[in-house]
Design a protein around this ligand. Structure first.
Ligand SMILES: CC(C)(COP(=O)(O)OP(=O)(O)OC[C@H]1O[C@@H](n2cnc3c(N)ncnc32)[C@H](O)[C@@H]1OP(=O)(O)O)[C@@H](O)C(=O)NCCC(=O)NCCS
Length: 241
C-alpha cells in the first residue's frame, strides 16, 4: 500500500535488512529446558528410547512423512501432512516455541510426539504418531511429551485435540480429558474441540497413565547399552502402519 506523506521526509526510501524482518516474524523464544533422554520397557519387553529429535535428522524425517501422508487409513494421511508442516515449521522457525520428540527401538524410528508453547502456562499438544503398530508406542510418546510439559517445562495446562479415533480413544477417553465449550474455544488444529489436562489433574490422576497403559514408568537413567543400541537414527525401510 502507498499513501501520500502527511509531512516532508528527508529519506523517502528505507533499506531494510531482512534479518530485521526475521526478528519481527520470529518473535522472542521462550527458554525451554531440554527433554532428558528416557527409556521405557514396553509390554512385549522391547525398550523404547525417547529423546529430542535432532535438526540433522529433519531431512530423513520429512522424507518418511511424505510417504506416511499417502497412507489412507487411520488418519495417517492428514496427521502425516500436518506433522510434515510442523517439522518443517521447526526447521524454518515458523512454529512458536516447538519441541519434537522421537521414539526409537534399536535405532529404528517408531514414535513421534511434538507440541509447542502457546505461553509460559499453556502447552499445545500438536501430534503423536506410532510409526509401528501394536506396541502402545503412541500411548507412551504422548505420555512422554505431557510429562515433559508438566514436570520439566512447568506448564500449567495442556491443550489437545483429536483427528483420529485411535487418538481420541488413547488419550481423550484414555486419560478422561474434559473439554472446553465448543465452538467457543477451538484448537489451532482445524478449529476442533480443545481437550485439556490441568496440572492438578495431571498430579492427581494422569501421571499414572503410562504405568496403567504400558505397565512401566519412564526411566530417565538411560543405560549405555540402550544409548548405544540407538546411536544411529534409522527410518524404517517399509511403512509399518
Ligand atoms: C493414535 C496412535 C498414535 C496410537 O498409537 P498406539 O498407542 O501405539 O496404538 P495403535 O494405534 O498402534 O494401536 C491401537 C490398538 O489397535 C491395535 N492395532 C491397530 N493396528 C494394529 C496393527 N497394524 N498391528 C497390531 N495392532 C494393531 C493395537 O494393538 C492397539 O490395541 P490395544 O489398545 O489393545 O493396545 C496411532 O494410532 C497413530 O499413530 N495413528 C495415526 C496418527 C494419529 O492419529 N495420531 C493422533 C492424532 S489425534
Amino acid at each position: 500500500m502507498k499513501y501520500e506523506l502527511p509531512t516532508k521526509a528527508t529519506r523517502e526510501t528505507l533499506n531494510i535488512d531482512v534479518r530485521e524482518v526475521e526478528a519481527m516474524l520470529q518473535g522472542t523464544a521462550i527458554k525451554i529446558p531440554p527433554f532428558p533422554e528416557a527409556m521405557l520397557t514396553l509390554k512385549d519387553g522391547r525398550t523404547l528410547y525417547i529423546r529430542e529429535a535432532k535438526m540433522e535428522e529433519v531431512p530423513a524425517m520429512l522424507e518418511y512423512m511424505e510417504r506416511l501422508m499417502k497412507v489412507e487409513h487411520d488418519f495417517y494421511d492428514i496427521v502425516g501432512a500436518r506433522v510434515y508442516s510442523e517439522i518443517l515449521g521447526w526447521k524454518r522457525k515458523r512454529l512458536k516455541d516447538p519441541y519434537t520428540l522421537v521414539g526409537l527401538i534399536d535405532g529404528e524410528w517408531v514414535g513421534f510426539a511434538n507440541g509447542r508453547l502457546m505461553s509460559e502456562d499453556i502447552n499445545i499438544s500438536l501430534h503423536t504418531m506410532a510409526l509401528a503398530r501394536g506396541g502402545r508406542i503412541g500411548a507412551a510418546m504422548y505420555y512422554a511429551k505431557a510429562y515433559y510439559g508438566f514436570e520439566i517445562i512447568g506448564s500449567k495446562e495442556w491443550w489437545a485435540t483429536y483427528e483420529s479415533y485411535n487418538g481420541w480413544y488413547r488419550w481423550g477417553l484414555g486419560m478422561a480429558q474434559p473439554s472446553y465449550p465448543w465452538p467457543d474455544v477451538q484448537h489451532e488444529l482445524g478449529g476442533a474441540r480443545v481437550y485439556y489436562v490441568t496440572k492438578k489433574y495431571w498430579d492427581s490422576t494422569v501421571k499414572d497413565y503410562v504405568r496403567q497403559m504400558v505397565g512401566n514408568d519412564l526411566n530417565f537413567e538411560v543405560t549405555d547399552e540402550v544409548r548405544k543400541a540407538n546411536e544411529t537414527f534409522r527410518v524404517p525401510e517399509e511403512l509399518l502402519v
